[in-house]
Design a protein around this ligand. Sequence first.
Ligand SMILES: [Zn+2]
Length: 146
Amino acid sequence: MNARTNAPDRVEVNEQGEKVTTFSLKRACNGCGQLVGDVDNRDVDERGNLTDVRGECDHCRPLVELEAAGCRTWEVTPRSINRVDDELDRLDVYAKGYWQEVDGKLQVVGLRVGTGETRVVARFGDWLIAHPNGKFTVHKAPEAVR
Ligand SMILES: [Zn+2]
């Protein structure tokens, strides 16, 4: 596949003396939300669904490689946390919401997985990774989108 283009915004002054900005629509990574470049035909499949472009993202490429190596991965977000928790239950893995004080109020900010020394915390935006050996690790969200 051709390298994705990433055209910069163009700012011009038209005949009326007005500043006009022309830009190309950008594709955001479905793993972390960072922009990967200009939108093109590869971004939608034959059924109209957005394609997985995490392999084009420097931050998310390691996740794609881990999945190819047999790991299961979940993005932990306020919308996904209950589904991820249910799936971990079915794998017989202990998990519960991770609480923290935010602006003086206790609230869930992620998912705590496992117990004791092996426990990990995936905060909202992070990816949780289950390795074939039963261990869990966390792929942190990039600072830019935290
Ligand atoms: Zn990404």
